[in-house]
Design a protein around this ligand. Sequence first.
Ligand SMILES: [Zn+2]
Length: 85
Amino acid sequence: MSAMACEQAMRQFFAYLDSALAGAPLEDLEAHLEECLACCDKLAFSRQLDGFIKDRLPEAEPPPALEQRIRERLAGRPPGATDPA
Ligand SMILES: [Zn+2]
């Protein structure tokens, strides 16, 4: 049983999709995904979204503001809630 919470797992999705996770964080996330259907669904959605953005913008990175909004939406944070600069 993984101690990782869903909110914590979802924060790792983009790093996971970018193959930027390794070691313990990767193992914890994969262990959570094996147990948690809700996160599996959200990861599938994130993967589609990630592919969609990359297909549409083959030569450009997604705007940071868009990526930030997607991350916040996935993390369940209210729109407009940003970390103090
Ligand atoms: Zn979960």
